[in-house]
Write a protein that binds this ligand. Structure first.
Ligand SMILES: C[S@@+](CC[C@H](N)C(=O)[O-])C[C@H]1O[C@@H](n2cnc3c(N)ncnc32)[C@H](O)[C@@H]1O
Length: 290
């Protein structure tokens, strides 16, 4: 690995740079549309100011970094950071192709790396839930921000509040009980639902030097497939159910037809003429660098 990744994050970063990167590319439209509504809601509430410098944490393909760059204008700068080199090289190419000149991208582990502050604002769309040590990572973010700067991020609420993930995972678990992870299999660290508890997250932020912590619940239906077949592909590749099937290896493959039948029953009632939609729920978290 070309960058200095904290030892504790090595496995997660490898997962993001390999199997998860490939799945995000494959389902790019669904992933960015599903996450899109939640990220847009954050930027509507906490719009970056013209001329400011803004950090985009765990920026992935950098589509939000480009949006922020347009908002801060030519006198400002948007810096997207991600520990997975493959996401960052895609983000650089795409920003260049779009002619966005004030967006810059760094391959860096947010928990320990140099984030090249100072920043007026930090934004993250689902980019903060995968650090092995969230307080260390938030402290590093805090150090890169100006005093009083705004951190705004969106994170999933509990799995059970996101029935698309939850119902599907439960159905898969009825068929394949939690598989044991094998030594050569990589996973994404604490995982997408690790910041669902506002009590825990507010303490983490305060311990890292933030104050005035606020949580707003944001609910939105998200498109999870063009039709049931597409939603089935998505559900069995990404998210908790996809992870169970992947980690179950040959057993997962053997039982896939059974899983597909069971999941069709969950997905069919969610189908509309314009696609398959699942209910989703996030926290829009805001805090000030104290
Ligand atoms: C769910 S994706 C979100 C990507 C993007 N923000 C979006 O909304 O499309 C999480 C991102 O966090 C990145 N990430 C995970 N651990 C990280 C770390 N320790 N430092 C920096 N980025 C990390 C992953 O590589 C991945 O791109």
């Amino acid at each position: 690995m070309g960058i200095n990744v904290d030892q504790e994050n090595l496995e997660a970063v490898e997962a993001w740079n390999t199997v998860l990167f490939e799945k995000f590319v494959r389902f790019r439209d669904l992933v960015t549309t599903a996450l899109g509504a939640h990220g847009t809601a954050v930027l509507e509430r906490h719009s970056p100011q013209p001329g400011s410098r803004v950090l985009d944490v765990g920026c992935g393909f950098g589509d939000t970094t480009q949006v922020i760059a347009r908002k801060v204008g030519p006198k400002g700068e948007a810096v997207g950071v991600d520990a997975a080199e493959r996401f960052i090289s895609a983000a650089r190419e795409e920003a260049k192709a779009a002619g966005v000149e004030n967006a810059r991208f760094l391959v860096v582990d947010v928990q320990t790396g140099n984030l090249e502050g100072p920043y007026d604002q930090t934004f993250a769309r689902m980019g903060t839930m995968f650090f092995a040590s969230p307080v260390a990572a938030f402290r590093n973010i805090r150090r890169s921000m100006k005093d009083g700067g705004l951190l705004s991020m969106v994170v999933w609420r509990r799995k059970v509040d996101n029935p698309f993930f939850y119902d599907i995972e439960q159905r898969v678990l009825e068929i394949i009980p939690h598989p044991e992870k094998k030594a050569d299999q990589v996973t994404c660290g604490p995982g997408p639902f690790s910041m669902a508890d506002p009590h825990v997250v507010s303490e983490q932020l305060r311990a890292a030097g933030f104050d005035r912590v606020g949580f707003e619940r944001f609910d939105a239906p998200v498109k999870i497939g063009e039709d049931v077949a597409h939603a089935l592909e998505f559900a069995t590749a990404l998210g908790p159910a996809g992870e169970i099937l992947r980690l179950a290896g040959e057993e997962g493959e053997r039982r896939r037809p059974e899983v597909l039948r069971a999941l069709s029953e969950v997905l069919e009632p969610l189908a509309r003429p314009e696609g398959v939609f699942g209910a989703s729920s996030t926290w829009i978290v805001s805090a000030r660098a104290g």
